[in-house]
Design a protein around this ligand. Sequence first.
Ligand code: GAR
Length: 210
Amino acid sequence: KTRVAILISGRGSNMIALIEAARAPDYPAEIVLVLSNRPEAGGLAYAAAAGIPARAIDHKAYPTRETFDAALQAELDAVGIELVCLAGFMRIFSAGFVEAWAGRMINIHPSLLPLFRGTRTHEQALEAGVRLHGCTVHFVIPELDAGPIIAQAAVPVLSGDDPDSLAARILVQEHRLYPAALALVAGGKARLEGDRVVFDADVALAQSAL
Ligand code: GAR
């Protein structure tokens, strides 16, 4: 099984979805480490209770992005991490760290990329007046929220929606999409080749069910 670390900054509901999915005997990844850049992140307690080593590396204790990233890298190396999942991790990496994990680091973002990068994606979607919104799992590249797309799920924008109602509708989809996308990558069925994602021929059926 592929050895996975999940990086969080907050409540960790996507982390929980990944941990639960990885309990299935035939799931191709095992979650062996959870790290947070914020000591107060709620997800750390859940992970620890689930028996997964969970640690905070407080970014405020490091003078530069590079020294923080080096501390992360040391933790990942110490337990032989092969793949990194960002799950509500709200800190930008140095380009060097991202390049070191090229093709081996994925993120979930709460919009249908390439629309609405950055933060406040639900406000952005309401402002733009789109009738479909959603979430995206993508490989991480140095440019923020711009990496090659592995999987997406869409939800309708309904009259009367506000950012909170949209966020809640999308979060349900995030919790389905992220475990499915991680399974594709960890199982070697979706790979980064150059700046494209290449899928195994038998993946189309699984994708149609996402
Ligand atoms: C999720 O909606 C995730 O898509 C988003 O933060 C939330 C984290 O929730 N990520 C980003 O905005 C990344 N830029 P969670 O901690 O409950 O998984």
